[in-house]
Design a protein around this ligand. Structure first.
Ligand SMILES: [Zn+2]
Length: 161
């Protein structure tokens, strides 16, 4: 025997709410964003035991679990090598603004010179045929920086040589 399901109208209330929050970034991240804002520098952290350079800077080396401090931070050049890429072709909520990010846009994975870890960021190319693994890329800085990742809006492909 089957019981006929009763359809009930769901009672709902719609509203928007602000949800402000703060979090502790840690000393290395604070130093990273201060140097980015004030001096247009990109800082990584170098493990004092194995020498691995982490970018973004990490408080603990993932390989040997040694803790790092701001004294272990090293400046990295704003240039690196492309290791992978994608072109995003669908609407996406931009976590920095809460609005929809215009598309298409390029997103790349690369290693900064002197770093042993990969980082990902926007890149100002949307034609997949223009990307080549091993290409050189360079950070583009905002003139008026605020101390957040938006201070580097994107990387660009450069010719060197
Ligand atoms: Zn290490």
């Amino acid at each position: 025997m089957s019981k006929k399901r009763e359809e009930k109208k769901v009672f709902e209330i719609k509203w928007k709410t602000d949800l402000p929050y703060n979090w502790a970034m840690g000393k290395l991240s604070v130093k990273f964003f201060e140097e980015l804002k004030e001096n247009k520098k990109i800082m990584g952290s170098k493990c004092p035991k194995c020498g691995k350079v982490h970018m973004p800077p990490r408080g603990v080396c993932a390989d040997c679990l040694v803790q790092m401090t701001v004294d272990d931070m090293v400046e990295l050049p704003p240039r690196g090598t492309l290791e992978g890429f994608t072109v995003v072709n669908y609407p996406f909520v931009d976590p920095n603004t809460g609005g929809m990010r215009p598309f298409p846009y390029g997103y790349a994975i690369f290693k900064l010179d002197g770093a042993d870890t990969y980082m990902m960021h926007f890149i100002n190319e949307t034609d997949p045929s223009k990307f080549k693994i091993g290409q050189r890329v360079e950070a583009v800085f905002k003139e008026k920086r605020e101390g957040n990742l938006g201070d580097i809006p994107y990387f660009r492909i450069i010719e060197e040589g």
